[in-house]
Write a protein that binds this ligand. Structure first.
Ligand SMILES: Cc1cc2nc3c(=O)[nH]c(=O)nc-3n(C[C@H](O)[C@H](O)[C@H](O)COP(=O)(O)O)c2cc1C
Length: 202
């Protein structure tokens, strides 16, 4: 990237949709659901996809440095911190792994502890200045809706200190049951509706 590109990027007032992608599979069910969701954004916003399995963000160390000042003892999250601050919308697209997030995505989520600490240990009213709307896209092998609901609860709590309103969730369930075609169509439409609702708020 040359200097002009960086400058253009930094001064860009184009809306930013930041996606945290939790699946190790770039062409799996989560990717298919994300594609359906993102379709209305292309041409209307800048879309950045963070592939958590490639990003390899280290787990939170629980060192409590962020409880003493607004920073983190590890530097590998700094780029994501800047993107989070700039984003207008945040999307988390992921499969359910053992009733939770896949480990690399969970590491990213835990690293947002710095915003929680800023809010509750340092008394910062808005650890993230810019308001955002967010969406959760979940795929799960089982047909149990509570598997996805557990992810929703976790994210809602994390976003509560990030000036981020979790607008809704689209679940593609039962992906292990068949080839996925029969269950995908409903999820595709729901993802599109959620995307349009978020686009309207940006
Ligand atoms: C390690 C692992 C744990 C899983 N745990 C769950 C689970 O708790 N509940 C569930 O419904 N599906 C579970 N699944 C199934 C995946 O969520 C499902 O196959 C999903 O569609 C995979 O998404 P992908 O195609 O993007 O990889 C698990 C899969 C793996 C590999």
């Amino acid at each position: 990237m040359n200097a002009n590109t960086v400058k253009e990027e930094c001064s860009s007032d184009q809306k930013l949709v930041l996606v945290f992608f939790g699946s190790p599979h770039k062409n799996g069910t989560s990717a298919k659901l994300l594609d359906a969701f993102l379709a209305p954004f292309y041409g209307n916003a800048e879309v950045r996809i963070i592939h958590s399995y490639e990003q390899k963000i280290a787990p939170c160390l629980g060192c409590n440095v962020c409880a003493a000042e607004q920073t983190c003892s590890q530097r590998d999250f700094d780029g994501l911190d800047l993107l989070i601050r700039r984003a207008d919308a945040i999307v988390v697209a992921t499969p359910v792994y053992n009733l939770g997030f896949p480990a690399p995505l969970k590491a990213i989520i835990d690293r947002t502890q710095r915003y929680y600490a800023a809010r509750f240990f340092l008394g910062v009213q808005k650890p993230i200045e810019k308001h955002k709307t967010a969406a959760l896209l979940v795929t799960c092998g089982s047909s149990e809706p509570e598997d996805a609901a557990l992810l929703y609860r976790q994210l809602e709590r994390v976003f509560s200190v990030m000036n981020t309103k979790l607008k809704g969730m689209t679940v593609w369930a039962d992906t292990d049951a068949d080839d996925g075609h029969s269950t995908f169509e409903k999820a595709r439409k729901a993802a599109r509706d959620l995307a349009l609702a978020i686009l309207c708020e940006m």
